[in-house]
Design a protein around this ligand. Structure first.
Ligand code: HEC
Ligand code: HEC
Length: 335
């Protein structure tokens, strides 16, 4: 009897402390996904609401393109999570580009830009699409002339940049400032992290465990951004060497692409740098199989052998990263 009681006592004690430990661990895990409260504006490009408003006007203004036919939103459409619902977007020459447009959501937290990380600041990046012949095919001298003829733009620039007025770098500064304000809305997942247990369904909570456990997704899709700002070859079928162009001697850079955020995924299909995967099911099947085995493939990618239930829980979880509501107002542009 004595022995039995002590045994029971130890069992209970052990049982309790291990479940406490589990609860503690899961709380710690959740805390790694807490949203930041402020946008990190660079010291040399501080936020001002006027500057962001001007930048938003320019972002939506097709007069920045050679033929006045495309704006930034032509390929980064807010209705589709700042992407386009086709494999790769089409520029002014009507030919599909080589890569899908990455989302601009939470771009202020992204440390290297483009799928291969070849641009380091949003200011520098924005020059690319405006002038590229296959994208907007704009010329800055013409754009500046056009904007100078629009008195409201003239006034905005004079007020915000008394010395420089309308110039290439002031246009790029304004656009970049607006881009940094593009932040994904609070999603059910964020409310769960903040303590609202009812915000996620049981399947979504199980999916979070798969994401951090057997799915190994969190080794690259880290933190509230769900991205580590690093480059990896995940074994996707592609002829594009991605980061390999920038780091030709690094084996692991070949077919390496920047980890994209997983926020607002449900609006952002098709997926990957080449838009080759149509649904989230396709994405999970790729990871489950481990994709193409080649020397560049990340050591973090191996076949997963997830059960049917684990796969559907994972998809349910990914859907909890999309906000229920997300309204974007279009600016009325001056003439
Ligand atoms: C014709 C389509 C098209 C237009 C127009 C366009 N983009 Fe893009 N954008 C892309 C594509 C495609 C990429 C990815 C290219 C790559 O990685 O090689 C991209 C990449 C980006 C990135 C990098 C995002 C990241 O996560 O690395 C930013 C920022 C961006 N564009 C902003 C803009 C801005 C600002 C404008 C307007 C001035 C603009 N884009 C116009 C297609 C377009
Ligand atoms: C080794 C790092 C790594 C791991 C592990 C990883 N990913 Fe990814 N993920 C990436 C990279 C890099 C891309 C972009 C690849 C490309 O376009 O070629 C990506 C793309 C995606 C996309 C497409 C997003 C878009 O914008 O098109 C989804 C969805 C995704 N991953 C979900 C997951 C899930 C779910 C898991 C776990 C089963 C996972 N990832 C594991 C690095 C990783």
């Amino acid at each position: 009897m004595q022995k039995f009681l002590t045994g029971l006592f130890f069992l209970t004690l052990f049982g309790l402390s291990s479940s406490n430990l589990l609860a503690q661990e899961s709380e710690q895990l959740k805390q790694q996904y807490k949203r930041p409260l402020e946008i990190p504006f660079p010291v040399n490009a501080p936020y001002s609401p006027q500057l962001a408003t001007l930048g938003k006007m320019l972002f939506f203004d097709p007069r920045l393109s050679g033929n006045k036919d495309l704006n930034c939103a032509s390929c980064h459409n807010p209705s589709f999570g700042y992407e386009v619902p086709i494999k790769t977007p089409i520029g002014t020459t009507k030919t599909p580009l080589d890569r899908q447009a990455p989302t601009l959501l939470n771009i202020a937290w992204v440390t290297s830009l483009f799928w291969d990380g070849r641009a380091l600041t949003l200011e520098k990046q924005a020059e690319g699409p405006i002038t590229a012949k296959v994208e907007m095919a704009g010329k800055f001298d013409i754009i500046i002339e056009r904007l100078e003829e629009i008195s409201e733009y003239e006034k905005w620039f004079k007020k915000l940049f008394p010395q420089k007025g309308i110039a290439k770098d002031t246009i790029l500064t304004a656009i970049a400032t607006y881009e940094r304000t593009i932040v994904s809305e609070w999603a059910p997942f964020d409310r769960w992290v903040e303590g609202d247990e009812a915000a996620l369904s049981p399947a979504q909570k199980r999916g979070f465990e798969v994401f951090n456990g057997p799915g190994k997704c969190a080794s690259c899709h880290t933190g509230w951004l769900f991205a580590d700002n690093q480059f990896h070859d995940i074994g996707l079928s592609t002829t594009d060497i991605g980061r390999g162009k920038i780091e030709p001697n690094n084996v692991f850079a070949q077919h390496g692409f920047k980890t994209p955020t997983l926020r607002e995924l449900t609006h952002r299909a098709p997926y990957m740098h080449n838009g080759s995967l149509t649904t989230l099911q396709d994405v999970i099947e790729l990871y489950n199989s481990g994709g193409i085995k080649r020397i560049s493939r990340s050591p973090l990618i191996t076949p997963l052998n997830l059960s049917k239930q684990q796969k559907s829980d994972l998809i349910a979880f990914l859907k909890s990263l999309t906000a229920e509501r997300n309204n974007v107002t279009m600016p009325i542009l001056p003439n």
